[in-house]
Design a protein around this ligand. Structure first.
Ligand code: P1T
Length: 378
């Protein structure tokens, strides 16, 4: 079945008891057992819950994976994946990453005795050079947050396989509608379902998908042992979001491409980052490994922080807020918001300048969004 059909039906058969078309929100913490050790597959809702189960099946299906796991946030999913590592292990990570992932690696995982080396995402040979005998995991985002760089998943997967390293791709920015990292050779896909999968800025959640049964068994163990699971209601919201993912992503992309072309020509814009523009450094690669370019745009304004402040104070439809991937357009200032946890030297080294702003393009009418940007810029 095609993506759109699976997104609506997979894991969501009508309720056998009532015929309810929509998976119920099973607000129960526990389940009666018929006799000691005899139950219907559910014992306790941290371990398993029917609403979460439906979501986990749906997540696996839309990523073309075998096994899905749902979490209380994107960072809960990330933490659970990183729990695969032991003291003395080493991570190689792309250097353009969500600030919260960087903070987790540096301020939490580092304390477990697991060190991370950050590599310029444009440079695959450098990833190879960074591999040590104790390197167990490669972690990347593509497109990256916030600079929308694209990394060649197939090449990195070959490198990881050759060295017996787990390759994890955070697929939050592309969404499974536009990119399927498992098909390209990644071992694990991670999502902040808070973003496109939820799609309506009303839930925090995370996901992990894999086709490797051994990794799944370990991750399922850690999901239960660590306990950062989503509530049944949150699971239901993400499940509902996924049903319209395809139509929303097509609109996000259409609007983003239109605005990127407009902004690229605007005299107040110094530089634009959108993988759908032929001027983007990895446009060709994006075309090869993605089926669309997504709804995120970053841009550097002419001038510095003062110009950014004026722009942010004048814009109206784009709401000044962290996060992305909802139906409403958002404006983010990475240096002080999503990437505020990076020390300024690290931030500037990675190219996140003081005049950089990030747009999450929503699905409002493109002409209204264009008028809002024009008014704020001029
Ligand atoms: O916020 P949470 O659901 O825990 O997800 C963390 C996360 C993981 N991966 C990527 C690529 C992300 O962008 C995020 C969260 N990002 C934002 C809140 C943001 O505005 O960029």
């Amino acid at each position: 079945m095609q993506f759109e059909t699976r997104a609506i039906h997979e894991g969501q058969q009508p309720d056998p008891q009532t015929g309810a078309v929509i998976v119920p929100i099973y607000l129960t913490s526990t389940y009666q057992q018929e006799a000691i050790g005899q139950h219907k597959g559910y014992e306790y809702s941290r371990t398993g819950n029917p609403t979460r189960n439906a979501l986990e099946q749906s997540l696996a299906s839309i990523e073309n994976g075998k096994f899905g796991l749902a979490f209380a946030s994107g960072l809960a999913a990330t933490t659970t994946v990183l729990s695969l590592l032991k003291t003395g292990d080493h991570i190689v990570a792309g250097d353009d990453l969500y600030g919260g992932t960087y903070r987790l690696l540096e301020k939490v995982v580092n304390n477990w005795g697991v060190k991370t080396t950050y590599i310029d995402i444009d440079n695959i040979p450098e990833f190879e050079t960074a591999i040590q005998p104790n390197t167990k995991l490669i972690w990347i985002e593509t497109p990256t947050n916030p600079l929308l760089k694209i990394i060649d998943i197939v090449s990195l997967a070959n490198l990881a396989r050759k060295n017996n390293i787990i390759l994890v791709v955070d697929n939050t920015f592309a969404s499974p509608y536009f990119q399927k990292p498992l098909e390209l050779g990644a071992d694990i896909v991670v999502h902040s379902t808070t973003k496109y999968l939820g799609g309506h800025s009303d839930v925090i959640g995370g996901a992990v998908v894999t086709s490797n049964e051994q990794l799944y068994t370990e991750l399922k163990f850690y999901q239960n042992a660590i306990g950062a699971v989503p509530s049944p209601f949150d699971s239901w919201l993400v499940l509902r979001g996924i049903k319209t993912l395809a139509v929303r992503m097509r609109e996000h992309e259409k609007n983003a491409l239109f605005l990127a072309e407009f902004l690229a020509k605007h005299p107040k814009v110094e530089k634009i980052y959108y993988p759908g523009l032929p001027s983007h450094e990895q446009h060709q690669l994006a075309k090869e490994q993605m089926s669309g370019f997504g709804g995120m745009i970053s841009l550097e304004l002419k001038g510095g922080f003062a110009e950014v402040e004026r722009f942010a104070s004048r814009i109206q439809l784009f709401l000044l807020a962290e996060s992305l991937g909802g139906v409403e357009s958002l404006l983010c200032y990475p240096a002080k918001m999503t990437h505020g946890s990076l020390p300024p030297t690290e931030r500037l080294k990675r190219g996140i300048k003081d005049n950089l702003v990030r747009l999450s393009v929503g699905i409002e009418h493109s002409l209204d969004l264009q008028a809002d940007l024009e008014n704020a810029l001029s």
